[in-house]
Design a protein around this ligand. Sequence first.
Ligand SMILES: [Zn+2]
Ligand SMILES: [Zn+2]
Length: 391
Amino acid sequence: MSTHLLEALSEKADEFIALRHDIHRHPELAFDEHRTSALVADKLQSWGYAVERGLGGTGLVGRLVRGDGQRRLGLRADMDALPIFEATGLPHASCHAGVMHACGHDGHTAMLLAAAQHLAQSRNFSGTLNLIFQPAEEGGGGALRMMDDGLFEKYPCDAVFAMHNMPGTPQGRLVLREGATMASSDYATVTLTGVGGHGAMPHQATDPIVAAASIVMALQTIVSRNIDPLQMAVVTVGALHAGKANNVIPQSATLELSVRALDREVRRKLEQRIKALITAQAESFEVRAQIAWRPGYAVLVNTPEETAFAREVALELVGEERVTRQGLALSASEDFAFMLERVPGSYLFIGNGDGDSAGACMVHNPGYDFNDANLPIGAAYWVLLAQRFLV
Ligand SMILES: [Zn+2]
Ligand SMILES: [Zn+2]
């Protein structure tokens, strides 16, 4: 175990816990991370990083080159908060009502900053270190926006890594996984148009509600009948709106769908079957169906070589007992998936706490808080990974 590195970062922990609390107190929503990105840029500059702001709006990159090593490493943290009213009652609780760091991105940012300071001061690597602070992970696709602004053309990376905290997993445990790790997420709005009329004379109308009800049920057969039972797939109808009065057949009905998969082929199959089934069902009820399909995040796939490397670093840092070599995949989504479509790399988890501990409260819950005990561990992990990669 690399205890001296953990000790070195534990000594600086108070400074970065205070920084994390400051970011937590001032949460900012997607693409609105002006204060946070200014704070990150100031810190990086003060430690000697070359900083470029304005990638993907509020995103930024800090670059540090040491020695004559040819390898280029990317480490990524996310900075955005969520539209949630915080209910932790903590001294560092959000001072912006209705906005909250409920996913721990304040902690991710602070961990990477702590590592950034240590690496700048210890100068213990040879190569190019690119620290990527992205906006809008929570649905806004900030990673994609940074890439559209030339992230990997301006800052080429041989590999990229990112870390997310995970409530329900013992505090400080590092969880790695090769292959598909986070699900794709796609969305659709379906508008069914019939002919409105009097509820007493249904034969003179074309009822979109009956069609919508049938479509909701039929959609359930896609996962059960069209997808390999050994594959994961989710089709959720999260909203269904139609009608206002009990004696009126409305003109239209709308459905909102959310669709997830852990495999690129399954993802394509779901889209194809959902569209075909809705179109055919609508036709059978003589209503018109319009489907607005909105692709969301891609499947997040960790590459084998880089995951094996990230796993070795974890084992070296915290030892066998605190590492899960191949964890479970999750049905949630993450836009680091887009970076991994371009550059090999790996996305890992750090346990936020389990059982009855405060850290077990799930992310996106108003009672959630990032576990400060993870700050030195996550930071030491980034330091060690950079030192092992940039040789
Ligand atoms: Zn989140
Ligand atoms: Zn998150």
